[in-house]
Design a protein around this ligand. Structure first.
Ligand SMILES: [Zn+2]
Length: 469
């Protein structure tokens, strides 16, 4: 403390704590759902000091610091902010317009405080930085690398690392690690030798691998590599009675579009499921089923009216909507037989349920904005789908709180409500443990020092609505 002004500053800070600019707020008399155990604690007060949870306790015992903003939580429920582990931006579609800022508002207003972007681009690294520095409102972002593919069959801008050889894959993994991506993302048509090079190099570079499992890789290799698997890719194919049939390919991954893959569905053998579940459990991996997207788009189907009546429909840019109607028509104008689709829906739900029962950590991922799912809204559909598959509401909430926090290595700071963690919180009007649909009853969102009350949440959504115009 050599500088006299520094001494003066210290004196001021000690004498008048206001100069330290500590910010306090407290949520009082709330029912707490801490998510570190299955419990709802009535009449609690949570104190947040400089964005961190500093006190939790029975309302009558917790002293609220002087000058703290007090939020009345009476009749409401406080739970950790939600994670969505499989999200994209509209930027990859339509005219490649960068509307990330509005999309992030939509996510935050829906209670998402942490999101993994499951396909990278420098634009998203910039968005991650802007959120981190407080320039933009939005969930904390984890950004996976540009997706590794074996080919890119579409015209226009390429949102992928096209890797045909192990050498190309190795160079790309090292490049993306150096550029600051959080994980390596694999998508489709990746050959086995390229896959092995990705896994090997990622291990050397200390970066995790997430994504699809393609028919050139197959599940046993992905499990041996301990890849984090999206969409339960290749799981359903393991139920084929004879793996030589249709080259062991059923309706995973891009095969969902192929009629000859759908022809295998009547032969899928549910009795093989325990073996499959045992293999996945043994590998110790995290799985993101993204079941709502697959069931609603390819299994159950939705009428045009049902899509139009979804709350998120009005947030989708018009040119992207047009594209979506074309995709929907392409699949449904010549849809697979209803019996096969019913079996597909049943098996996907059953797999999620059996994986949960076996203790495989599942993560909630919406895969929005696929089809007519907009980011933020669709995460709640995924939670509902978990409960529809037989999980308890608490278990469904774990997929969007504790499990992703543990997978991302941020459980020390997020995922539960405990003293010493960041105040990533959502205040709900109704109890999500009674009915999972109540996660939609968002009153306020808290993200560290930032507080979005009911009015602010509404404003975020209003601003995000420019996306749909
Ligand atoms: Zn995706």
């Amino acid at each position: 403390m050599k500088h006299p002004l520094a001494f003066l500053a210290l004196l001021l800070l000690n004498t008048f704590p206001a100069f330290a600019q500590k910010t306090y707020y407290a949520i009082r008399n709330v029912t707490l759902i801490p998510m570190n155990r299955e419990v709802a604690l009535p009449d609690q007060t949570v104190v947040v000091e400089d964005g961190m949870i500093s006190k939790i306790g029975a309302a009558e015992t917790v002293k609220i610091p002087k000058g703290a903003a007090v939020i009345d939580g009476a009749g409401k429920y406080l739970m950790p902010g939600l994670f969505d582990m499989h999200v994209h931006f509209f930027y990859e579609q339509g005219d490649n317009e960068n509307t990330c800022r509005e999309e992030l508002k939509m996510m935050l207003a829906n209670g998402l405080t942490t999101v993994r972007i499951e396909c990278g681009d420098p634009v998203y690294l910039d968005a991650r930085k802007k959120v981190k520095e407080g320039e933009w409102a939005g969930p904390q972002l984890f950004v996976a690398s540009p997706q590794f593919v074996g080919a890119w069959p579409w015209p226009g801008k390429v949102f992928a690392a096209i890797c045909k050889t192990p050498e190309e894959a190795e160079a790309a993994v090292r490049k993306y690690k150096a550029e600051g991506y959080d994980e390596i993302k694999i998508t489709f048509m990746v050959k086995r030798d390229v896959y092995d090079a990705i896994i090997r190099t990622a291990k050397e570079e200390g970066i995790k691998v997430t994504g699809h499992v393609g028919p050139l890789v197959k599940l046993p290799a992905a499990l041996a590599a301990r890849q984090q698997i999206e969409h339960m890719d290749e799981f359903i194919d393991m139920l084929l009675p004879d793996t030589s049939y249709n080259h062991g390919q059923s309706v995973s991954d891009m095969n969902i579009w192929r009629k000859n893959a759908w022809a295998t569905v009547p032969y899928l053998d549910e009795a093989k499921m325990p073996e499959l579940v045992g293999m996945v459990k043994e590998a110790g991996i995290y799985v993101t089923p993204t079941n709502f997207f697959f069931l609603s788009s390819f299994g159950e189907g939705r009428t045009d009216e049902q899509y139009q009546q979804r709350p998120d429909y009005q947030f989708i840019p018009p040119n992207i909507k047009e594209d979506r109607w074309r995709i929907k028509a392409h699949y449904w104008n010549n849809a697979p037989p209803e019996e096969s689709r019913k079996k597909y829906v049943h098996l996907r739900k059953k797999m999620a349920y059996e994986l949960w029962k076996a203790g495989v950590p599942l993560m909630a991922g919406s895969d929005s904005p696929e089809w007519f799912l907009a980011q933020g809204f669709a995460l709640h559909d995924e939670l509902e789908t978990f409960v529809g598959a037989g999980l308890t509401p608490f278990a469904a909430l774990q997929t969007a709180t504790v499990h992703p926090a543990a997978y991302l290595g941020v459980l020390h700071n997020k995922g539960t409500i405990e003293v010493g963690k960041q105040a990533d919180l959502i205040l709900l009007d109704k109890n999500p443990l009674d009915d999972i649909r109540n996660t939609r009853s968002i009153h306020s969102v808290f993200q560290g020092k930032n507080r979005y009350d009911a009015g602010a949440v509404k404003r975020l959504l209003e601003e995000a609505k420019t996306l749909g115009r």
